[in-house]
Design a protein around this ligand. Structure first.
Ligand code: CP3
Length: 354
């Protein structure tokens, strides 16, 4: 078993006692850091950055040099899988991610490439191995993927969407085709996360950014079911340690009880729910990750500390809390405020663990 100098994050995910609440931030490596922008410039563009393991390693480590974070997250993107399936990912300035060949019909689904982890996604695995070497046991490394539903939204819409008209049109008109698509994506996600685990990811997270766009009935059938399929296909132990799984359905707090039955160790929360209420609803079944509003980082240090204290008090004493933002850190946030947030979590959480 690899020696970890700080395993508070892994312990909290499994509901084990810790000395203080662990903290990391979604999108902790990103455009709010000037050093990230410098490395991205060196790479030429975002995709090149993801596909060059040395540079992906560099930006993964950058936030750890500035802040006292309890976890590192692989620098990559959820859209690497659809790219490897042959859709042709590109990023156009100001528009976000786009696909050259979005999925338009059942035939496109049948013709999807099943990506290989060694070759098509080998650059991700090389980054995972390199980051682990570079971390040298400092903190654990999180691997990740998108949920099948969230990946399907991008693959059918051809990019980001406001109303999901194409992907919902397909779901309602041809649910059989939608299931075929989600099933194919889920199989690739299983291979992808298992390969990340074998290369050294010590916990994994499934981002279901658009789960909250579905009706309750459809959430279960088209999103949660496929996350369950993935969880049951994952390697749950590696290098003598359990590999915890977190699922995060943004806008999905109304379905926490169902999520707690998914087999996940931890549920990610967006900022809309009171974390104490969420804890009452799921009991000790799963840990909770969250959930400060990312926009709070635009406030004063005093207001940020007050909010951290409020969330800690709401969760209360005991185990099973990983502090995080309720979604990714915004690009115009002052990094000094991120430091205030992280230090406040450590300092103010100690009494809850004594
Ligand atoms: O957390 C981290 O530091 C790890 C890196 C990470 C990125 N994307 C880097 C990134 C992670 C975990 C993701 C996941 C991701 N990607 C999600 C799920 C999480 C979420 O935010 O809901 C989604 C939906 C995507 C798809 C995606 N990638 C979008 C919509 C965009 C554009 C958004 C924007 O802010 O412009 C990206 C690009 C992207 N992924 C950036 C980063 C740092 C910005 C790219 C840049 O440097 O210009």
């Amino acid at each position: 078993m690899t020696n970890l100098k700080n395993d508070r994050f892994l312990k909290a995910l499994l509901g084990e006692p810790v000395d203080m609440t662990p903290v990391w931030m979604m999108r902790q490596a990103g455009r709010y850091l000037p050093e990230y922008k410098a490395t991205r410039k060196k790479a030429g563009n975002f995709l090149k950055l993801c596909k060059t393991p040395e540079l992906a390693t560099e930006v993964t480590i950058q936030p750890l040099e500035r802040f006292d974070l309890d976890a590192a997250i692989l620098f990559s993107d959820i859209l690497t899988i659809p790219d490897a399936m042959g859709l042709g990912l590109y990023f156009s300035e100001g528009e976000g991610p786009r696909f050259e060949r979005p999925i338009q019909n059942e035939n496109d689904i049948k013709n999807l490439i099943i990506p290989t982890m060694d070759e098509d996604l080998g650059y991700v695995m090389a980054a995972v191995s390199m980051i682990r070497r570079e971390l040298d046991g400092r903190v654990p490394l999180i691997g990740f993927s998108g949920s099948p539903w969230t990946l399907a939204t991008y693959m059918v819409e051809g990019g980001s969407s406001k109303d999901f008209s194409k992907v919902k049109g397909m779901l309602y008109e041809n649910p059989k085709a939608m299931h075929m698509l989600l099933d194919k994506i889920a199989d690739s996600v299983i291979d992808y996360l298992n390969a990340q685990i074998e290369h050294g990811a010590q916990a994994v997270m499934i981002f279901d950014t658009w789960g909250g766009a579905l009706t309750t009935r459809d959430y279960n059938e088209f999103s949660l079911n496929y996350m369950k399929k993935i969880i049951s296909g994952l390697k749950r132990e590696n290098d003598g340690r359990r590999v915890p799984v977190t699922i995060f359905s943004k806008g999905g707090c109304q379905w926490l009880e169902a999520q707690a039955e998914s087999g996940a160790d931890c549920l990610g929360l967006d900022w809309t729910i009171d974390i104490g209420l969420a804890r009452n609803r799921v009991g000790n079944k799963v840990a909770l990750q969250g959930n400060m509003d990312p926009s709070m980082l635009y406030a004063s240090p005093e207001r940020i500390r007050e909010e951290v204290a409020f969330i800690l008090e709401s969760f209360g004493k005991g185990n099973g809390h990983v502090f995080n933002l309720g979604h990714g850190i915004h690009q115009h946030v002052n990094p000094d405020n991120a430091k205030v947030f992280i230090d406040a979590v450590h300092e103010l959480s100690k009494p809850y663990h004594s």
